[in-house]
Each structure stands twice: as C-alpha cells, then as structure tokens.
Design a protein around this ligand. Structure first.
Ligand SMILES: [Zn+2]
Ligand SMILES: [Zn+2]
Length: 263
C-alpha cells in the first residue's frame, strides 16, 4: 500500500511529528509514503502561517528517508498552493530542492480562501463553480511546475451548494485536457470519506470517469492525513474504486517522474 499525501507539523494545520507519521505508516504495513507538507505563500488569511521553512523541511525529509530506508520508502514531496501571483516563488522552491513528487493544489481562488464563506457570498452556486474552475484553469496555463493536481474538486467540501456537474463540466474538461497534455495527473484524495461526504468523492465518480474517457492515466492516491491516525486511511477502498472505473494503474513518483503500478 502507498499513501501519496500526508502532512506533518511542518504544515500550519498539523501537529504530527514527521517520525510519528512515518511510524504509523510502518505499523500499517505501507510500502511507501509521500510526505507533502503545505507551501502556500501569500495566503489571504493572515491568521494562518501557511509558509514553510523549506531548508529545515527538506533536511528533515532527507534524514528521515535515509533513516527509514530499510523499512519504508519515503517520497520527498510538497503540496504547493497555486495562485497567480506566487508562481515565481513556487518555481524557486521546486528548483531549489530535489523533490520526488509535487502536488499542485488550490486552497485559494481569486485571492480568497476556499475555506469559510467569503468566496461564496453573493453568488449563485453555478457562478461560484464557474469562477473557481476558471481560476484553476488560468493558473495552470501559466504555471506547470507540479506533477499532480491535488483534490481537484476541493470546492465541494466547502461550498454552500454543489451545482449539477453539467453546469461546469466543460471547465473541468478544459483543466483535464491541459493536465493530460502536460503529462500530469490528478489525485484521488480519500479525505472526503473522513469529511463525511459519503459517495461524493474527491474527485467525484463523474470526474474520474471523464478523466479516464479523455485518456487520463495518471492518478495518485492519498489520504491527505493531518494526524498519524489518518495515515493510509481508505487507500484500499480507493484502489478498488479505480479498478471498477476501468483504471489499470496507480501512479507513484520518483525524481518527479511517474512510475505506473498495476492496480
Ligand atoms: Zn490540499
Ligand atoms: Zn494536503
């Protein structure tokens, strides 16, 4: 089992020491774990320190990978918070450290936090989704230094209402087309199950089917754990889900290059 999305105390929203996260992964028999702490510069909520000491983080990752190399494979990752005005900072981070795996995620759109109410207030659900996915498309046209887009439909977690897929499907198609052309993938993020979103997964079944139908091959699976107890959660379920949707592989990364493993 592999879990490609985990946070440690280097992230503003986790207190889990890196060793506790790794030990939990070892106890659960995981073969490989990607640590992907947040680097979200210019975050609009000043009460959250979403930056990271990249030197300290990369050093601890490197030391942990070495210390545990006979027990578990540690993938040196990062979760970049994508926004228009920070692409130069993100680029510098990715070029300065030898990461194995880079998630590109949206936690902010049009300069507003997706968490909370500001982004949604005063707009009908369809218009909110339109501006969210247009924001994502615009940023990934400009910035391509990531491997996989994290939790594509994170907006479903926070929106006050989720419109029917057909009302924003074309925008998602545009994003998938761009990702596929760039040789990038999407993530099946199992945290929706912990958030009580039932069968509304991140991405949804409709999105996973669309990506597959468009020729999308690269899908990573991650728990998005923020506590050691969450490491590896629902990964087995996600593997089965991908199989039922006709996917043949899950994707791992080494040196920023995809490695395909049969499901
Ligand atoms: Zn995220
Ligand atoms: Zn995350």
């Amino acid at each position: 089992m592999f879990d490609y999305h985990n946070h440690t105390a280097f992230s503003h929203d986790s207190e889990a020491p890196m060793t506790a996260v790794i030990e939990a992964a070892v106890r659960r028999g995981l073969k490989s774990i990607a640590i992907t702490d947040h680097y979200d510069p210019d975050y609009p909520n000043l009460l959250k320190d979403t930056t990271i000491d990249l030197d300290a983080y990369f050093l601890e990752l490197t030391n942990a990978a070495e210390a545990y190399k006979d027990v578990i494979h540690i993938v040196k990752g990062i979760e970049l918070g994508l926004q228009d005005q920070v692409t130069a900072l993100l680029q510098r981070a990715v070029e300065s450290y030898h990461f194995d795996f880079v998630l590109g995620s949206f936690h902010v759109a049009d300069g507003m936090e997706l968490y909370g109410e500001t982004f949604y207030a005063g707009y009908p659900a369809e218009a909110v989704y339109q501006k969210f996915y247009e924001n994502c498309y615009r940023v990934i046209l400009k910035y391509d230094q990531f491997d996989v887009m994290g939790h594509v439909n994170i907006i479903d977690r926070y929106a006050t209402a989720i419109p029917a897929f057909h009302t924003y499907r074309e925008l998602v198609e545009g994003i998938f087309k761009r990702l596929i052309e760039m040789g990038k993938g999407i993530e099946l993020n199992t945290s929706s199950i912990r958030y009580g979103m039932g069968e509304h997964y991140t991405p949804t079944i409709e999105m996973l089917k669309l990506f597959r139908a468009m020729g999308g091959e690269i899908v990573t699976i991650g728990s998005d754990s923020h506590r050691a107890a969450e490491v590896g959660s629902d990964i087995d379920f996600a593997v089965e889900l991908l199989k039922t949707l006709g996917y043949k592989y899950r994707t791992l990364y080494q040196d920023r290059k995809p490695v395909f493993v049969s499901l």
